[in-house]
Design a protein around this ligand. Structure first.
Ligand SMILES: *Cc1c(COP(=O)(O)O)cnc(C)c1O
Length: 355
């Protein structure tokens, strides 16, 4: 059935091995992030098969799906107060930025007769999660250390996710320095100093990550072989791990420009159209914004122009293609991060493992 998301597991493992070897050369441990693929067990297992020992996701519901995958599980979004019990149940580790939540985790861990590991997040400029007052972070480290059912596992930071502030050598040095201050305060080593996400790969390759930073949380680079700083594909990576097949449900010659009085689109903007002439061959595919993201997808056939999509129709101009399309034919899209996330989240999209 269509639409169908194809996942090339062989190519995925090649990407994971490639990135893992690059990280190993810089003494960086990887936590493989599965939120883009809704905590898919198959993908998580592929990460593990390719040498990853730690897995992370932003949602407990996804971590639950990884019950049978043997790896350390991280909740990489600070827990909601209403999910601390679930957090200690399904995650070995969580990232945190509020001492009140850590106290609640300690209570929940006591009840569950477990020990939960805590990573304290420092905000180094992206203005998303984390302490901006590093003295407050130090106090939180001290208190966490004293709580009996939580273990201070380490510290971390996250950049390039909200404000798109890039990691740089100064910021990584700052994180290393905070780590050292905590180690002095507690008179012991921290196991994890997690420097960021796929946006750190380029910096790492250029030697910009100091020794005191020993881990990264990676999603996009493992799944798509792409680093996030310059948004380039890593040499030797596979770019076709995720492809989406959709079927043509209407194929007709139509003008390139609409006719009548034009109104506003769903975002309140006035749509614009390019005049390509009176007679263009237009295909409609049974796929919509509920199932994919147009901005992070591109047709594998270079002759196809993506004109736009509504919730459940994708409009294509196939006039310039070398292929002779017919009604019922399948068009394949190569997916990027957001599109893959939508396709995974959509229950209307069939998921198929290939390769
Ligand atoms: C999503 C996320 C990641 C992974 O980011 P990628 O760019 O996919 O590597 C890492 N850390 C945190 C806290 C995240 O939310």
């Amino acid at each position: 059935m269509y639409p169908c998301l194809n996942v090339n597991i062989g190519h995925l493992k090649e990407n994971v091995r490639l990135v893992r070897e690059l990280c190993e050369a810089h003494s960086i441990q990887i936590t493989g992030i599965t939120k883009c693929v809704c905590g898919s067990e198959v993908i998580a297992q592929a990460f593990v098969d390719a040498g990853i020992h730690m897995l992370g996701d932003a949602r407990i519901a996804n971590l639950k799906k990884l019950k049978h995958v043997s790896a350390e599980k991280w909740l990489i979004r600070p827990p909601m107060l209403c999910e601390v019990e679930e957090t200690v149940l399904w995650a070995d580790v969580s990232v945190n930025s509020e001492i009140e939540v850590i106290r609640a985790l300690n209570q929940a861990a006591r009840t569950a007769k477990k020990c939960h590991k805590v990573i304290l997040m420092a905000d180094l400029g992206d203005i998303r999660e984390g302490f901006t007052d590093y003295q407050e972070l130090l106090r939180a480290a001290k208190e966490t250390e004293e709580l009996p059912f939580v273990e201070l596992y380490g510290i971390g930071t996250n950049l390039t996710c909200f404000s798109f502030i890039q990691p740089d050598p100064e910021k990584m040095k700052k994180l290393e320095e905070i780590g050292k201050e905590i180690e002095q305060l507690l008179q012991r080593k921290l196991k994890i100093v997690s420097g960021g996400n796929s946006a750190n790969i380029d910096l790492m390759l250029h030697g910009g990550i100091p020794k005191g930073v020993n881990a990264l949380r990676l999603g996009e680079s493992l799944l798509f072989g792409r680093e996030r700083a310059n948004y380039t594909y890593l040499p030797g990576s596979r770019q076709d791990v995720f492809t989406l097949d959709c079927q043509i449900i209407e194929l007709k010659e139509k003008p390139s420009l609409p006719w009548g009085n034009v109104g506003k689109d769903s975002y309140g903007n006035s749509p614009r159209f390019v005049d390509r002439g009176e007679k263009r061959l237009k295909a409609i595919c049974a796929l919509g914004r509920q199932d994919f993201d147009m901005e992070t997808s591109r047709p594998v056939d270079p002759g196809i122009i993506m004109l736009g999509a509504s919730s459940d129709h994708l409009m294509l101009d196939v006039t310039d293609s070398k292929n002779r399309y017919a009604l019922g034919d399948v068009v394949t899209l190569q997916l990027g991060y957001f599109s893959t996330m939508r396709a995974y989240t959509s229950s209307y999209v069939e998921k198929r493992i290939i390769g």
